[in-house]
Ligand binder design. Structure first.
Ligand SMILES: [Zn+2]
Length: 139
């Protein structure tokens, strides 16, 4: 690969990555993004391996090698950072959903264990000893 090839590669990666940051964080796009990011991470690592191979073959000066390698590494860093932040935001959404479900199951449990007065039929709290409407003892 030539230096122009690497520069084009970096420009291409930026061109692909930028729109990802503008997408809505819905589950579907999160999933697609995760796939794309994982794919991109592999490609950046592949590029670094290629670069190291070219340098070992003496096709690059040490200065160019270090400069290009650094840009690939920061590219990989950005991709990994994005993957991590996506994971944690997906995790937060998951936790919030779980809390919602927890509240719902608690509420339905409470309402199903409510007791009704045998005399007047008023609904009373499960822990009530006497009917709050007619005062009859609840067995
Ligand atoms: Zn009653």
């Amino acid at each position: 690969m030539t230096i122009l090839g690497y520069v084009t590669g970096i420009a291409f990666l930026i061109w692909i990555i930028l729109p990802l940051f503008k997408k809505d964080s819905t589950w579907v796009s999160l999933y697609v993004e995760a796939e794309e990011l994982a794919d991109k991470k592999q490609r950046v690592y592949g590029n670094i391996a290629d670069l190291e191979f070219d340098f070992a073959m003496g096709r690059l000066s040490e200065k160019d090698f270090k400069r290009i390698r650094q840009s690939f590494l920061s590219e990989a860093g950005r991709v990994i950072e994005k993957l991590e932040s996506q994971k944690s935001s997906a995790l937060m959404e998951r936790i919030n959903n779980d809390i919602d479900n927890l509240d719902k199951s608690k509420k339905s449990k409470t309402s199903s264990s409510r007791v009704f007065c045998i005399v007047c039929g008023a609904e009373n709290l499960p822990e009530a000893k006497f009917c709050m409407k007619c005062g009859k003892e609840i067995s």
